[in-house]
Design a protein around this ligand. Structure first.
Ligand SMILES: [Zn+2]
Length: 279
């Protein structure tokens, strides 16, 4: 039984790390998603601004034509001056010339102002273009970084899986299955000692009979409250920190099929509280 606990605890470290890496691999592309979203927003706003710029361009063209037309009208009036015969005619024409001249000037002023705005818009668009291409570059870099990071983490994962395979032979499959699920849902801890009759995982008080059952070591016992596997506190007190796998004085035969088959098989005690840790 002790050997099973030892194995499970080594396995727990490996599994916890493995699940952590799996989560990391899942999270890595999220940074890219944010960047891509930013890039898309920039592109969208750039498109909108481009459209505004084009609209402004058409408006300027209109203004320019109107100014040219106003100029033509004024010049027409001015030419009529030569044919003036009366004072009245002169005054009327003079007024027309002034009015059309003012109109022309107004239009030219508008035109100038709009052209200036148009130029500013152009400068802004060029700035945006630079920013967008920079951002695109970033996204590309990020993509290759992600590729690299994922392949790096995948290597770590493979190494852990190899270690895992060196431990699991001889362990009951159903227990392994439950154990993995507990570790996944309980942030990396799937096996904990009983401390003074209390589960050190969830701090619930266990019944005396339960504690005795664990002490007898007939089979793997799961905490009825948190589903973690429980072992007796006295077995190991200084196990934290240095649990070298190959220090092997008390844990031999990691890989080989081992001989403790008496304790396994009938160890389903924790089966009914399984739904508690599903996610
Ligand atoms: Zn518990």
């Amino acid at each position: 039984m002790d050997e099973v606990y030892t194995k499970l605890r080594s396995l727990q470290e490996i599994l916890a790390e493995k699940f952590e890496i799996e989560r990391e691999i899942e999270d890595i592309p999220k940074i890219l998603a944010t960047r891509t979203e930013l890039l898309n927003r920039m592109k969208k706003s750039y498109l909108e601004k481009t459209r505004e710029y084009e609209t402004k361009g058409r408006y300027i063209e209109e203004l320019r034509n109107k100014a040219i037309e106003a100029e033509r009208v004024r010049e027409g009036f001015e030419q009529q001056m030569d044919m003036i015969q009366t004072q009245r005619e002169y005054e009327a024409l003079d007024k027309e010339i002034k009015d059309s001249g003012e109109k022309e000037q107004d239009l030219r002023r508008d035109l100038q102002r709009e052209e200036q705005l148009h130029q500013e818009m152009k400068v802004n668009l060029e700035k945006d273009e630079t920013m967008i291409s920079k951002q695109e570059e970033e996204v590309q870099k990020e993509q290759s970084r992600i590729k690299e990071a994922i392949s790096e983490r995948s290597k770590d994962l493979k190494a852990l899986e190899k270690k895992e395979k060196s431990i699991t032979p001889g362990l009951d499959e159903e227990i392994l299955f439950k154990f993995e699920r507990i570790i996944k849902s309980k942030e990396g801890t799937g096996i904990v000692p009983i401390e003074h009759g209390v589960c050190s995982g969830c701090h619930m008080i266990l019944s005396v009979q339960f504690v005795n059952d664990v002490r007898r070591g007939d089979g793997i016992m799961f905490c009825p409250y948190c589903s973690r596997i429980l072992f007796n506190e006295i077995e190991e007190t200084e196990e934290h920190g240095e649990e070298e796998e190959e220090s092997g004085d008390e844990e031999e035969g990691e890989g080989e099929a081992d001989s403790d088959s008496e304790g396994e098989g009938d160890s389903d005690d924790g089966g009914d509280d399984e739904e508690e840790d599903g996610d």
